[in-house]
Design a protein around this ligand. Structure first.
Ligand code: ASP
Length: 567
């Protein structure tokens, strides 16, 4: 029997075969109290043959007991815990399994290195907060399946040994033993397959899909993650967005017991960058960026003059509070570490402006700055794309969420089709996204807008989607503009362009990162905390020691040879 079933027991009932782990042992002279824990809760056991029990039991032994259900004496009632008013007097003890000495305690708060927690993840998952995380994840899956059934969206699976699907990362490769020198790729997402379902005539699709992206360890990414992947035929962005709102609203209410308002707010990419310095704005913070470029049109501050002459901007954040020199210096150090040239600032106090640049201000500039009111004016100058990340960081550091909403969702739309990444042109979503206007794309692809929309929750990108290209010529053109040669297009995507050529409906879709969703809802610092068996930041699994060395004989079977580049 499990501990939760005790709620149906009455004083004096016989308890038969109650199982669980020894959570703690307290010796009180003639009596020994043991907290017994299982998946459903914990209960106090009382042993009156203390000597015998003490030598036998240790933490995490798995035991079964028979005994007598008892209401606790009034003075022993603990109202703070579930079943804190009852106990079981043990009449018989059966040790099902002993436990080695634990690498860490199975307690709520532990201060154990994450690598050790991951090495013994099965013990880490016995801890209450981890159980809550994993059960919230499980409830999320359950609610997703339930709302998908209600909306009549079909769950269909897609292969995981495939040819590459580009989503902006490198592939994890699987060598083919039977086809020497050839490799499968693990899917970065089911993107092309879900589009094939639409071409095949299915009205919609969803899947709780594993995706694999080999990325340099950036903050809080996992090489393998889980997403709710969706696609709809005869669909445009509005239809997808309204379905996503229904799904998210249902999951929040069903799995997290939380009401959220729909429709979500929406912002263009351009406005988002201008107002927040990011395309993932935390909308719970109400303060936005001010453009103070005009204020310095005739400036005598040389570095600002240069920036303005080169078409740059000056963007600022104004706090009503007078920041201390220490706060300003810390911000300055932090943004310099990110690559900024440093923080510009003025303090405005009692009609007086101070700061390292204050003496270079002209009277007209002073007047304008005073109009902003007392406080601190923090600024960055340059082209918006290079200063945006510092402004976003400053905004999130100096202002705290002030809206009452616990969860603030916003759609970001009208992304540029292409963006520069490490000086290379990349589709801002993926190359299957439809341009908003094909003619503009043909003539001026760099300035073209994509039918791509992201969903952002509290400053975290929860999901992305787009309307897809359904015309093979446009698909080919996009791949060309991306910089692929005719041969590469044919070799990598020829089969897909062929598939688009047999009457493909208009279609659009979306994917929500489930790990991120659960981490955000539970306010966890990392997605690793809501993934049962995550990899470390460097992509390793301390539990199984993956990735692992392969014997040379095995490599040979796969026609592979290891080359040590350092030798
Ligand atoms: N395949 C995209 C992704 O994984 C989502 C989508 O466009 O539906 O981000």
């Amino acid at each position: 029997m499990n501990i939760n079933e005790l709620v149906n027991s009455k004083n004096g009932d016989l308890i038969d075969d109650l199982t669980g782990w020894v959570d703690s042992i307290r010796d009180h002279g003639g009596l020994t109290f043991v907290d017994l824990r299982d998946f459903t809760g914990a209960v106090q056991l009382v042993f009156d043959k203390s000597g015998e029990v003490d030598t036998k039991l240790k933490n995490e032994y798995y035991i079964s007991i028979n005994g007598l259900f008892k209401k606790r004496n009034k003075e022993l009632i603990n109202n703070k815990i579930f079943l804190g008013d009852v106990e079981v007097e043990v009449t018989e003890l059966n040790i099902i399994n002993v436990s080695k000495t634990l690498p860490f305690q199975i307690e709520k708060d532990i201060d154990t290195d994450e690598n050790i927690r991951l090495k013994y993840r099965y013990l880490d998952l016995r801890r209450e907060p981890m159980k809550v995380n994993i059960m919230t994840r499980s409830n999320t899956f359950k609610s997703i399946r339930s709302v998908m059934n209600d909306l009549n969206i079909f769950e269909i699976d897609t292969p995981t040994l495939i040819k590459s699907t580009p989503e902006g990362a490198k592939d994890f490769l699987v060598p083919s033993r039977k086809s020497p020198s050839n490799f499968y790729a693990l899917p970065q997402s089911p993107q092309m397959y879900k589009q094939l379902f639409m071409m095949a005539g299915f009205p919609n699709y969803y899947q709780i899909a594993k995706c694999y992206r080999d990325e340099d360890s950036r903050k809080d990414r996992q090489p393998e993650f889980t997403q709710l992947d969706l696609e709809f035929s005869d669909a445009n962005p509005s239809l997808v967005k309204s379905n996503i709102e229904k799904i998210v609203k249902f999951v929040f209410s069903d799995a997290y017991d939380c009401k959220i308002d729909t429709p979500f707010k929406s912002l263009s990419y351009k406005d988002s960058m201008n107002l927040y310095g990011t395309d993932k704005p935390d909308m719970r913070i109400t303060e936005t960026l001010n453009d103070i470029t005009n204020l310095f049109n005739d400036t005598e501050i040389n570095f600002l003059k240069d920036i303005l002459e080169n078409g740059g901007l000056i963007k600022a954040l104004h706090t009503e509070e007078l920041l201390t020199r220490k706060q300003i210096d810390t911000l300055d150090t932090d943004i310099k570490a990110m690559g900024s040239n440093g923080l510009g600032w003025f303090k405005i106090d009692n009609k007086e402006i101070t700061g390292p640049l204050a003496k270079l201000l002209q009277d007209s500039e002073k007047l304008e700055i005073l109009k902003l009111g007392s406080g601190t004016l923090l600024f960055q100058a340059g082209d918006l794309h290079s200063i945006a990340q510092y402004l976003d960081f400053i905004r999130r550091t100096i202002f705290k969420p002030s809206s009452n909403e616990m969860y603030s969702f916003v759609w970001i739309e009208d992304f540029p089709f292409f963006e520069y990444e490490d000086d290379k042109l990349q589709p801002s979503h993926h190359p299957f996204t439809s341009p908003k206007d094909n003619e503009t794309f043909k003539n001026d692809p760099i300035n073209a807008i994509a039918l791509h929309y992201d969903l952002v929750l509290n400053g975290v990108e929860l999901g992305s989607g787009s309307q897809r290209i359904n015309n093979p010529d446009i698909q080919e053109l996009v791949l060309q503009k991306w910089g692929l040669s005719e041969e590469e297009i044919e070799e990598r995507f020829g089969w897909f362009i062929e598939a688009l050529s047999y009457g493909t409906p208009v279609h659009a879709g979306f994917a929500i990162g489930i790990d991120r969703l659960v981490a955000e809802v539970l306010n966890q610092p990392s997605i690793r905390d809501v993934i049962p068996f995550p990899k470390t930041q460097s992509g390793l699994d301390p539990l199984t020691n993956a990735p692992a060395n392969i014997d040379e004989i095995v490599l040979e079977e796969y026609n592979l040879k290891y080359i040590n580049k350092d030798e």
